[in-house]
Ligand binder design. Structure first.
Ligand SMILES: Nc1nc2c(c(=O)[nH]1)N[C@H]1C(S)=C(S)[C@@H](COP(=O)(O)OP(=O)(O)OC[C@H]3O[C@@H](n4cnc5c(=O)[nH]c(N)nc54)[C@H](O)[C@@H]3O)O[C@H]1N2
Ligand SMILES: Nc1nc2c(c(=O)[nH]1)N[C@H]1C(S)=C(S)[C@@H](COP(=O)(O)OP(=O)(O)OC[C@H]3O[C@@H](n4cnc5c(=O)[nH]c(N)nc54)[C@H](O)[C@@H]3O)O[C@H]1N2
Ligand code: SF4
Ligand code: SF4
Ligand SMILES: [Mo]
Length: 886
């Protein structure tokens, strides 16, 4: 950015040209009062407090842009008098107590204005929202809340009523609790007076300590500031310095932290005896586990034991768990929940391009012109990015193509919405490629220089005309053509995808096709282009790459290569087993056959999250040893014999890797509760009791990270110190004094000079609709609950969304006599459950959609066991079902 010279109160500065003056002055350390301004909002210029003298004239600094040679006076007698008058008027408008930490209190204090709290009007208080306390006695009509909700969130909850002195700000519903609010908390965060306040603050007052860390939920990886009082978490706010979330959060990161203190959190190790859980000491529990492990190893060998690592824990912990499998259990039976999530994305990207991660970062959203969102309910599941997309699309800054069988919220912002039949993406994407080739929209230069296999690809694609695709997918041929033209011509273009792509029997191949599309249009290796799998959990991008994979070691290097094993053996001082291990699906199958005897699970509720639950349960009940390391008993603990209590992410240090490969520092906010222990310490304890202390000897997570840096050159340049100083850094960052490589495959691909296109032929799902099972079931998520719900169900999110629901199209509902809120039985060939109907035209006719978060409904009783041949991901998105009203 161009720098210009300005003087402020006779001092010279070089600052960014055209930046707003208020922001500039604040960043130079000057105090300028302002009540209608917030960095996150468009300047509004209504409170008149931020006036400064610019070249002799009084100007509102928030709407003034910095220019060369500006001479600024921030305060003189006239300015002070004006500010005092305004602040006096403002303080006369409000009543009730003010917290001293609020912006208004600071301004009143600075200008020596005594505020006498007047009596409040009860009717201006609204206590109906589970998280936000509304006290409009303190409202100064700055409209920050109205603008924040409109401009940033794209919701329009706060409305202005009446005019002039009577003006009133009210939510759009009967009260705030019954409004269209999605509880992101932004309006609270921007409110300068506390008229909108977090309930926890209204009750406890302002925190006395804040710690910066990372949200424990999704792969966006928002930075949060966690406020504590007397050693207890009482509030979470968005970190304003993060380039990922830019001062924004969704309801989960902002408010759903209450699980930490849930009464049923397990805070002592437990062993199950005669079907009853009994609290024991750590020593007793660990000795029990190590004896069982030794027993299994002696009787059945290392093939009979395995480790499953959920992607909620830190990189350091993932790495240690994977090392534990190899060094302590001598097995490669180690896998993660990526298997049931985005393994097809990692595998697909690695197969064609050489690196199994997003090619670009979220920053490219500001550079792109066309975005495809396919199989991703982005506004509910990656809300902070979803909100940004909504805004870019409504401001006309991007063209948006959405591909989903359901009319999701983001679909309503699409320029082109392709509402295909579930499981037909291969045909649709081939037809898009067909159009791009037949209309000569390919990037010839890029193809010649960097792509192989075009002729072969063209031949396969040739058969998939848009007309043929219309028959299979139900999407009009012309609409497919339009989407193809937009993606290929209005460049640079990006593709974002989710589980609607991966959770299919051709999950990996659908990913291949997305990469093929980027390759033939040259949408790779440049700003504003690229392939962005929206990884699910907070650390799923980190998990598999940390070595929690049956065929790969840390850095996703193949185990089959003796050179790789040798490198690890040198540092680990132990042999790395050669034989590839079983993945998560294969481990369940092996347990079903009685071949797998022991399983150690770090934070995964696989009894509930694996498909065909009846089969998963049978498999788990065959095990001799099932160790569950978690914060709560869950469905899996019904089959476990040992429970080891883990500390939450607020109780430990480490790193998470978000969906754009950004490694970010997780910081400890509070001490581990009760006798819980962070996972990295649990691994060390287990190793110690197996006599392997010297191989797992670390004082801190940083020690572990430094071992990772030595073994994986892509993160050698990322130290804890650097993360703390610079915020997150995407990998690869191989060198300490160099910037991270944000855009992959710039001049060449990781795999080599050229990438080879992979043509894909369509294989229909075995889940055909029949007379007996006439509907297709899709399963997925809702905004308020996270996966199997163990954490969000233990927060007031449960008040907002209390049970799983089944979306049914009004036509199907009518013909089955089902009304909104009725209980229905849903059954497939594999099993059934009972769930509440929600009549909605979000789903098309003959397609139903169920959420996955509650054990009482447990939709996986119904879901089929079909899996992808390449990555083994279950086809959670297509099961033929029948429903009946109860
Ligand atoms: N609120 C919330 N956020 C979450 C989670 C959560 O549980 N709750 N979970 C996290 C995790 S682990 C993950 S992996 C991500 C998942 O986030 P998403 O990938 O958004 O997951 P889903 O809601 O399962 O499904 C996404 C979309 O795929 C569509 N779909 C279904 N079948 C098809 C199809 O055949 N073709 C196409 N093109 N689309 C299809 C569905 O209609 C749905 O809108 O979210 C993460 N974030
Ligand atoms: N029908 C259907 N089934 C699905 C899906 C679907 O779309 N449809 N999606 C699949 C997908 S994408 C995923 S990712 C899986 C998710 O299913 P699971 O992998 O079972 O995921 P979570 O519910 O996130 O469970 C994570 C567990 O980790 C615990 N935990 C949190 N933090 C820590 C920690 O620091 N240490 C330890 N040890 N434990 C911790 C939590 O309490 C929780 O019990 O479900 C899959 N199942
Ligand atoms: S919490 Fe978020 S969605 Fe709700 S009113 Fe405030 S800004 Fe709007
Ligand atoms: S978008 Fe994801 S990372 Fe950000 S606050 Fe919400 S759940 Fe947390
Ligand atoms: Mo996931």
């Amino acid at each position: 950015m161009e720098k210009v010279k300005i003087t402020v109160n006779d001092k010279e500065y070089y600052v960014d040209k055209d930046r707003n003056l208020l922001q500039t002055l604040k960043s130079l350390g000057y105090y300028i009062p302002s009540l209608c301004y917030d960095d996150r909002l468009e300047p509004y210029g209504s409170c008149r407090l931020c006036y400064v003298r610019v070249n002799g004239t009084l100007l509102p600094s928030c709407t003034t842009k910095v220019k060369e040679g500006m001479r600024i006076v921030t305060e003189d007698q006239e300015i002070s008098e004006n500010r005092k008058t305004i602040l006096e008027m403002v303080s006369n408008q409000i009543s009730g107590d003010l917290l001293k930490e609020k912006e208004i209190s600071e301004a009143l204090d600075k200008y020596g204005i005594y505020y006498e709290p007047k009596e409040i009007k009860k009717e201006l208080i609204d206590e109906s929202h589970p998280y936000i306390y509304v006290d409009m006695n303190k409202c100064i009509k700055c409209f920050r809340c109205v603008r924040a909700c409109d401009e940033i969130q794209g919701y329009h909850v706060w409305r202005t009523w009446f005019r002039g002195s009577k003006v009133l700000i009210r939510p759009d519903g009967l009260d705030f609790g019954h409004s269209s609010c999605v509880s992101c908390g932004l309006c609270v965060d921007v409110c300068p007076t506390g008229a909108l306040e977090d309930r926890t603050i209204a009750i406890n007052g302002w925190p006395n300590n804040w710690v910066n860390t990372i949200c424990p939920y999704c792969g966006v990886g928002c930075q949060i500031d966690v406020g504590t009082k007397n050693g207890k978490i009482i509030d979470i706010r968005p970190s304003k310095k993060s380039i990922v979330n830019k001062g924004n959060l969704c309801v989960k990161g902002r408010y759903a932290w209450g699980y930490v203190y849930s009464e049923d959190r397990v805070l002592n190790p437990m062993i199950k005896e005669n079907g009853e859980w009994k609290e024991v000491s750590w020593d007793e529990a660990i000795t029990y586990v190590s004896q069982k492990i030794n027993d299994i190893l002696k009787r059945y060998g290392p093939k009979a034991i395995g480790v499953l690592v959920g992607a909620r824990i830190t990189n350091e912990e993932e790495y240690l768990a994977a090392k534990f499998a190899r060094v302590a259990l001598k097995t490669n039976n180690v896998d993660s929940c990526a298997r049931v999530c985005h393994e097809p994305s990692a595998q697909g990207l690695e197969d064609i391009l050489g690196t199994g991660g997003a090619t670009n970062t979220f920053e490219d959203l500001d550079k792109t012109k066309t975005v495809i969102v396919i199989g991703s309910n982005i506004t509910e599941n990656h809300p902070v990015i979803g909100v940004r997309l909504k805004r870019l699309a409504s401001e006309g800054k991007i063209k948006l193509i959405v591909i989903d069988p359901r009319k999701t919220e983001i679909a309503q912002y699409a320029d082109i919405f392709l509402q295909l039949k579930p499981g037909t993406d291969v045909v649709l994407l081939n037809a898009i490629a067909n159009t791009i080739i037949s209309e000569d929209l390919i990037d010839k230069d890029f193809l010649n220089k960097r792509v192989d296999g075009f002729e072969e690809f063209k031949q396969v694609v040739y058969n998939y005309t848009p007309e043929f695709a219309e028959q299979i997918t139900g999407v009009k041929a012309d609409l497919i053509r339009e989407a193809a033209r937009l993606y290929a011509s209005n460049k640079p273009s990006m593709i974002f995808w989710g589980l609607g792509v991966t959770e299919h029997i051709q999950g990996t191949e659908i990913v291949y096709l997305l990469i093929d599309l980027a390759l033939i249009t040259g949408n790779l290796g440049k700003e504003g282009t690229g392939l962005m799998p929206l990884r699910g959990k907070n650390n799923v991008q980190g998990t598999a790459i940390m070595g929690a994979h049956p065929k790969k070691l840390l850095g996703a290097v193949p185990l089959s290569d003796p050179q790789n094993r040798f490198r690890f053996e040198k540092i680990w001082r132990q042999k790395v087993p050669e034989e590839p291990g079983l993945d998560a699906i294969e481990m369940v199958e092996a347990a079903l056959r009685g071949e797998l005897k022991g399983l150690i699970v770090f934070g995964e509720d696989l009894a509930m999250s694996h498909p065909f639950r009846k089969m998963a349960e049978e498999a788990l009940s065959n095990l001799d040893l099932l160790v569950l390391i978690d914060m709560f008993h869950n469905e899996t603990s019904k089959f476990a014999n040992v429970f080891l209590p883990a500390s939450s992410s607020f109780e430990k240090e480490g790193t998470f890797t978000n969906a754009e490969r950004r490694i970010q520092k997780v910081n400890k906010v509070i001490d581990p509760l009760g006798n819980s222990m962070p996972d990295w310490k649990i691994v060390m304890k287990l190793a110690e009791s197996l006599g392997l202390k010297e191989y797992f000897n670390y004082d801190t997570p940083e020690d572990v990270w430094n071992e990772i840096r030595i073994l994986w050159s892509s993160v050698y340049g990322i130290t804890y110190e650097r993360l703390e100083n610079q915020g997150g850094l995407p990998y690869p960052t191989p060198e300490l004094d160099k910037e991270p490589i944000k855009i992959l495959h710039k001049d060449k691909f990781t795999i080599g000079e050229k990438a080879r296109l992979k043509p894909v032929m369509f294989i229909p799902s075995p889940e055909n609709v029949t007379q007996e099972y006439p509907l297709i079931l899709i399963t997925g998520r809702s905004l308020y609950h996270f996966n199997m719900g163990s954490m969000t169900r233990r927060t007031p999110n449960k008040v907002i969304f209390g049970e799983d629901i089944l979306e049914i199209n009004p036509i199907n509902a009518n013909s089955l006599g089902i009304k909104d809120g009725d209980l229905v039985k849903i059954a497939s060939k594999y099993g059934s459950t009972i769930i509440k109907a929600r009549i909605s035209d979000r789903v098309p006719k003959n397609v139903v959609f169920a959420t996955v978060h509650f054990p009482e409904q447990s939709i996986n009783y119904v879901v089929s066991p079909n899996i992808d041949r390449i990555s083994h991901i279950p086809e959670y998105k297509v099961t033929a079902v029948r429903i009946e009203k109860l």
